[in-house]
Structure formats: C-alpha cells, structure tokens
Design a protein. Structure first.
Length: 319
C-alpha cells in the first residue's frame, strides 16, 4: 500500500540547506495499522507530508495506494484519506454538509454522498448528528467527524495525524475502537502518527521509528521491545550488607547484563525473566540473602523509544 525508497527532503534556509529527511525506506502492507513515531524535529511530519503529496520530495521514489508519488500525485490523492491533526470542519457548518461537500470534491454525486455519509455516521456512532453544527459537537464527536470526512470517497488508505490529541481518556479509548474498525470492518489500511505510546501499543500492528531524518527501527511491538535488552528484574534487599552476594547471584543469570546497584536496590536485565525467577529465588535463599521485595518489569515502548533516540516520547509535545 505504501512503498518508499530513499526519500529525502532538503529545505533551504538563510543559514544553508537543512536535511529534514535523509533517505527514508518504508513499507506498509494492505490491511495494516502502522504507527509512525519520532521526536519533534525527527522528520516525521515532513515524511507524512511527502507521502500525502503535500510536499514534493527532493529525491527518492514511492508508490502510495498503487500510484507513483512523483508521476501521479493526483492518483495518490484520489485514493487516500488524510485526517489532519488540527481538524477540517468549519464551526458554523452542519456536520452532514461538511461530509457531502468533501465527497463532491471527489466527484461523488450529492445523492451518493449523503448515503455514504449516513452510513459512516452509523458506523462511527454519530447517528442523529447530521444536522448539528460542528461547533456544538464534543471533542470526540468532532474527531470522529474528521475521520468520516476523510473516508467519504472510500479510500483504501487513511493517514491519521495525531488522531486523539486533546481528547479525554474515555474519548481516546472510544476512538481507538473506531480506528480498529477501519481495518477490521471496512478493510482499510491505516498509517498514523502519535505521541501517545499507549496508543501505539494498543492500536498498531507494526511501528516505524524515525530520528534525525532516518528510520532507526521497524517491526512489531514485541520485536522492538525484545531489542531493548530483556526484562528488568529489580530486587530490594532487607539487609544492604548482603549486596555483594546478591549482585553475584544476579550477574550469573543466563544472558544477564551488569547489575546496576542503588542503595538497597539491584537491577539486572535478562531475557525471559519469568522463567529465571524461580532459579534466582532459590540461589538467593541458598546464600541466605533476605529480600524486602522483587519485581519484574517488561520493556515498554517508552523504553524502546529512549533506547533508540535517547529521548522519552512522553516528554515530547504534539508536533
């Protein structure tokens, strides 16, 4: 559905050229929900704008929804939906009118547009809001309306730019269900950017991470988490004086890295910590090391992001 090779974009500034995107390769297959993550200034927005024909690449090539990005940008636009971060509706317009007007731009008849819009309103829980002014809708309703507008011409590929920014937790969770339905019920492919790692974890089949204009990681959530270095086993000692014995036992675990010691707490990373936990407890008991507590922490996407970019996405505001 998306196949890009060596995409670049260089901007000319007063101080000289700036390479915002430096040879991006990416693939998105039909029926996937793919998340695109990156810190501010990493090239995420520039790449998204190129793939949606809003910005011409400096070099490289790509096919999007079966059409060549450079030779047939109109074909790309006709076959994708794009839901911008800031929304697209006019406050004084009626919800149904906005949908029909969007479809008409794509050559859909008014009658078919109204039927399509009513169908999508039902699928995205907007029944009864056709005649309502956009300004009277809740944040979650307006965001779902943005998605309806992006689907009015029945695209097979939908780009969602920060789809849940500004929504409360309940509205976010509700919108997640609708995004899944774009794939599961409507057969669509979704390419989304987000700065919420829990959103990426919940929604995406695969993730692409961009930093300094290059894709630095791609894979499933499980694959990326496995690359962090294993599970963290955190032991708190009842007697800090037994620290050396505990460190020795933990360092000898298969696949363990060098234990990190902080006062009465020792942390070591190992693969498949759950399988090693009984052995660890037996060997600590044999050394008569008494514990105040033990905890296993599975890697998170924030660990992945920090490991890849040196920054935490939780600290990044929406771009």
């Amino acid at each position: 559905m998306i196949h890009a090779r060596a995409l670049t974009r260089t901007f000319t500034t007063r101080t000289g050229p700036v390479e915002a995107v430096r040879g991006v390769d990416l693939d998105v297959e039909t029926g996937e929900i793919v998340g695109f993550l990156g810190p501010n200034g990493a090239g995420k927005t520039t790449t998204l704008r190129m793939l949606t024909t809003l910005l011409r690449p400096t070099s490289g090539q790509a096919t999007v929804a079966g059409h060549d990005l450079l030779r047939d940008p109109v074909g790309v636009r006709r076959n994708i939906g794009y839901v911008a971060q800031g929304g697209v509706t006019l406050p004084e317009a009626r919800a149904g009118e906005e949908c029909v007007d969007q479809a008409r731009l794509y050559g859909v008849s008014r009658r078919d547009a109204a039927a399509r819009g009513q169908e999508l309103f039902g699928q995205l829980d907007l029944d009864g809001l056709w005649e309502r002014k956009c300004s009277s809708l809740s944040g979650g309703q307006r965001r779902r309306l943005d998605i309806v507008i992006g689907l009015m011409h029945s695209p097979g590929l939908v780009f969602l730019d920060e789809p849940t920014t500004g929504l409360d937790p309940q509205s976010r969770a509700n919108l997640w269900d609708h995004i899944r339905r774009l794939r599961d019920d409507l057969g669509g492919t979704v390419f989304l950017t987000t700065h919420y790692l829990d959103e990426a974890d919940q929604l995406c089949d695969r993730l692409l991470v961009i930093d300094h204009g290059r894709i630095v990681a791609a894979g499933t959530k499980e694959e990326l988490k496995a690359g962090v270095g294993g599970d963290a086993v955190v032991v708190r000692l009842a007697e800090p004086g037994r620290r050396a014995d505990a460190v020795g036992v933990m360092a000898a675990l298969p696949g363990a890295d060098e234990p990190a010691v902080e006062r009465d707490q020792i942390t070591v990373h190992v693969p498949e910590a759950g399988a090693l936990l009984p052995r660890l407890l037996r060997e600590l008991d044999a050394k008569q090391v008494e514990l105040a507590g033990i905890e296993v922490r599975r890697p998170t996407l924030d660990d992945v992001f920090l490991n890849l970019t040196g920054r935490s996405l939780r600290d990044e505001p929406a771009a």
